[in-house]
Design a protein around this ligand. Structure first.
Ligand code: ZN
Length: 251
């Protein structure tokens, strides 16, 4: 039993690193999940035995509210240029990273594997939804996950997004190398204050035990940038809010 749980956890981490259900032929068990119809989020747990965690008690996204004051350590990010490939996996647009960018948290080194986007935002902050959210996905050597969330309001054009936004592949299953290698440091706001909570992947297999850090300072993206993403996705790609249950949200 313990062995099986470990195997599932490792395969979940592997799925995230590979961009999850990028190729239905390779991930047949995930082939039918989506955001509407029979594969809609309320059915994810039933689609495959591997998705049992989607019905768990510590799921993401959530509405961040009822904050608990805590001594959160300053974010220790050491990001280098490494984003070298952009993928449309049919569920999101993802930029994959070469090794070398890290987040130190709880004395654990987490390596940045990829970032991707959701429109509208998945997490809400005190009831507020944003038109766009980025997830920077990090993994430790033993497969633990930490996600940094960035919120975007509609406003001025975002220079960091502009570097690769025009390279978004139009169709699911397509990928392209990036002409200019992206440094995720350029994506971040000046102030790195954050909310912290325990959650999950927001896509199947919805694995729990994910350290979530959502930055407080929103960024901006232009209406045209947000529209470009929505156009490529053809549909909203946000999982609905999940019950917070017993979890504190620290700040
Ligand atoms: Zn995400």
């Amino acid at each position: 039993m313990k062995q099986r749980a470990l195997t599932l956890f490792v395969s979940a981490a592997a799925a995230v690193l590979a961009g999850c259900a990028s190729a239905p032929a390779e991930h047949a068990e995930h082939a039918h999940w989506g955001y509407s119809g029979a594969g809609a989020p309320e059915n994810w747990a039933k689609l495959s035995g591997d998705n049992f965690a989607c019905a768990g008690k510590n799921q993401s996204p959530i509405n961040l509210t009822g904050f608990i004051q805590a001594q959160l350590e300053p974010l220790k990010l050491s990001y280098r240029a490494g984003g070298n490939e952009i993928v449309n996996n049919g569920h999101t647009i993802q930029v994959n990273f070469a090794p070398g960018s890290t987040l130190m948290l709880d004395n654990i080194s987490f390596e940045l594997k990829q970032f991707h986007f959701h429109a509208p935002s998945e997490n809400h902050v005190q009831g507020k939804s944003y038109p766009l959210e980025a997830h920077l996905v990090h993994a430790s050597k033993d497969g633990q996950l930490a996600v940094v969330g960035l919120m975007y309001e509609e406003g001025a054009e975002n220079a960091a997004l502009k570097q690769f936004w025009g390279a978004m592949p139009a169709k699911g299953g397509q990928k392209a190398p990036l002409a200019t290698v992206v440094n995720a440091a350029g994506m971040l706001p000046a102030k790195l204050d954050y909310y912290r909570f325990n959650g999950s992947l927001t896509t199947p297999p919805c694995s729990e035990g994910v350290r979530w850090l959502v930055l407080k300072a929103p960024l901006t993206a232009s209406k045209a940038q947000i529209s470009a993403f929505e156009h490529v996705m053809h549909h909203p790609n946000n999982r609905p809010l999940q019950p917070v249950n017993a979890r504190p949200v620290l700040q």
